[in-house]
Design a protein around this ligand. Structure first.
Ligand code: HAM
Length: 429
């Protein structure tokens, strides 16, 4: 706890660190997520981008929509020294589109598959699974209009979740149709909800006129009952939008990605056109969406670029980490802890380097001259698998004892990189 003299982290912002007591904030869990994302997303041809965390406020206001919760009440915006209004990005799609336009990619290489991993900021009230600085893994596929792109993205997400070993998750898919579909559907919804005003909460009554689709998302019991009976968007969907959606579902079925069509699925950002989706879990209480996304065919043009179709997703890393950490934290402990007594550091460093050259092993070298007992205690605490003490005798004979810290057994080794490597990798398998 921070007292008057110490300064704590800002509310809703976390320190992700090794061996964190809250296991979902443990670096090892995050590294596993990052590595799995890198492997899976790159196996689909997505390439990593690192984009600015700060953008002009107007980008989000225009991109995400003035009437959304994010833009209306959750953005961290400030005036910089030149008086410009800047904002800590609340999501990654608007910035990706800004960069796509800025670098002229629509002209030169219109199809881009980008992915990112980074912090996002939303001033929401913090609770389990909901933070003010949180991380997203996301991907944006720009320049492809065909339903195959939506289906491929969803198949990739399913693979990503499977490779992480996530259980009890479900993929919910919907379509918000094209502009014509949504216009007609808004009218239908306004008419329907107007007949049930008494049952609606104040927030929903307030939204009814401007954004009746958002009512479908309300979690309050009174509204839920009314929403259950609301007309389905399929009733107003244009033939073109319907054909696209049907084809996405057909391809998902063909690739054996399990999904449910959820007619109530709407998203909290205004840029979607067509397919929308979320993967939810029953294990996280009310913050149940671990990822979400969809098609946004109008955004590039709305932000000043040439008309370019696009589809993408973003996953919440804390939520993934919450699910994974309950199944145990993977270790990134050293394979070998070398314990050099005074004067033995040169040999310790050269043996450690030889093992690192193999690119297979993690080695930590203790502080030469620290007491044997305290070095061994640290080797244990960092979870090393083996320890090797280098004292006068070992220096003189070039032989040492490799100690297995799990069962305390020892084995004699010649002190060369090759011999140690053979011994350690042999024991690995
Ligand atoms: P989003 O649904 O707003 O979509 O966020 C995606 C995911 O980020 C959510 O499913 C959730 O896991 C996580 N998330 C959102 N807010 C928080 C928070 N306050 N704390 C922790 N995790 C959070 C987007 O951001 C879109 N840009 C996705 C997209 C990409 N659509 C097309 N391309």
């Amino acid at each position: 706890m921070a007292d008057a003299k110490t300064i704590g982290a800002v509310k809703g912002m976390n320190d992700i660190r090794p061996a964190a007591a809250e296991t979902f904030l443990d670096t090892a869990v995050w590294q596993r997520i990052f590595e799995t994302a890198t492997r899976v997303l790159e196996s689909y041809g997505f390439r990593l981008v690192w984009l600015p965390v700060v953008e002009e406020t107007a980008l989000f206001a225009r991109g995400i929509g003035e009437d959304t919760d994010i833009v209306g009440k959750e953005m961290y915006s400030f005036a910089d020294r030149g008086g410009r209004s800047l904002t800590l990005r609340p999501e990654g799609t608007a910035g990706a589109v800004r960069a796509y336009i800025e670098h002229g990619l629509a002209r030169n290489e219109p199809i881009q598959r980008w992915w990112y991993f980074g912090p996002m900021f939303r001033a929401e009230s913090p609770q389990k699974g909901r933070y003010r600085q949180f991380y997203q893994i996301g991907a944006e596929m720009l320049g492809v209009a065909e339903p195959g792109a939506d289906a491929e993205l969803l198949a990739m997400l399913w693979r990503f979740c499977s490779e992480l070993g996530l259980k009890d998750i479900s993929l919910r898919v919907n379509s918000v149709g094209d502009a014509e579909t949504r216009k007609a559907y808004r009218d239908v919804l306004r008419g329907y909800f107007a007949g049930h005003l008494d049952s609606l909460c104040e927030a929903c009554k307030g939204r009814l006129d401007k954004n009746p689709l958002r009512l479908l998302d309300c979690k309050r019991p009174g509204c839920r009952n009314v929403v259950e009976q609301a007309p389905d968007i399929l009733s107003t969907m244009t033939p073109g939008a319907r054909a696209h959606f049907d084809r996405v579902l057909e391809l998902l079925t063909a690739t054996q990605v399990p999904f449910v069509r959820d007619a109530r699925l709407v998203r909290g950002l205004d840029y979607y056109t067509g397919t929308t989706f979320e993967i939810t879990t029953s294990a996280l209480g009310s913050q149940d969406a671990i990822l979400g996304g969809g098609r946004y065919d109008a955004l590039v043009e709305e932000l000043g670029g040439p008309a370019t179709p696009a589809v993408g997703f973003a996953a919440g890393v804390e939520r993934l980490a919450l699910l994974l950490s309950s199944a145990g934290v993977p270790t990134v402990a050293p394979d070998l802890y070398i314990v050099p007594m005074a004067g033995a550091e040169a040999l310790a460093f050269s043996l450690a380097d030889a093992l690192r050259d193999s690119r297979k092993l993690r080695v930590e070298v203790g502080v030469a001259g620290h007491k044997l007992k305290s070095q061994m205690r640290r080797a244990d605490r960092v979870g090393a698998r083996f320890a090797l003490v280098l004292g006068d005798e070992e220096l003189a004979n070039r032989r040492g004892k490799l100690k297995n810290l799990k069962d305390a057994s020892t084995v004699e080794v010649t002190l060369t990189g090759e011999a140690l490597l053979a011994q350690l990798t042999g024991m690995h398998t």
